[in-house]
Write a protein that binds this ligand. Sequence first.
Ligand code: ZN
Length: 253
Amino acid sequence: MGSNRYLLTEMSWPEVEEALKTVEVGIIPVGAHEQHGPNLAESCDAVRATEFCKLLAERLYPRILVTPTVNIGVSYHHMPFPGTITLRPETLVAVVRDIACSLREHGIKKMLIINAHGGNQQALGVAVTNISQEMKDVEIAWTQYTNFSTESIAKHVKSEMFGHSCEREVSEAMYLAPHIIKKDKIEKGKIIGMPYIYSAANGRPLGVSYTFDQVTENGALGDATKASYEAGKDICEEALEKIGAFLEDFMSK
Ligand SMILES: [Zn+2]
């Protein structure tokens, strides 16, 4: 192969056979297909997951291999806006389970799910619990990669309510996949507010079911006009560094 990274979508089976001599962890990118305000294409979370995992694959070549991206997630809360496609949580749990079974058949017993969409978190927790019980020889973990970017988010993101089509996400897109940005349509979120007390968007102590049209008129949070390539680079590099450190530990034991 000419490339110094292992992406299953670009490999033939003889190339995979060769790669499996050194691969220790299978990486499963998971995204979503949902409205992202006027600022971004609906593929945003799937594209960010894919592009982030390409960078991770370069960093840890030849020890990790990236599967195709699960490019639809759990997005009921975005359905009031046109174009969103959602899976049931059970469907996402089943898809991830079947990917894990396939990797295991090819001899990969350690796996990491890299998620780029908040709405998938509960389903991925269930998937990892189920897979660990069903396949005792498999070790699987999951993460939402921006959870690692604490220092860079504190530095670059100033909006009170962010996390969707905001300065954080548009900055990431500038770094990872500028083609999904609607450059002349960038708008600040037209925030209405959360439906109840304590159900704040970030670090919320209370889970309540709501849809995004209750929270924001244009489907965006935060202030995408403050996005920058530098912020996107810092946010992604911090997550790459820390997930890289986790993977070193994960592979060494
Ligand atoms: Zn998103």
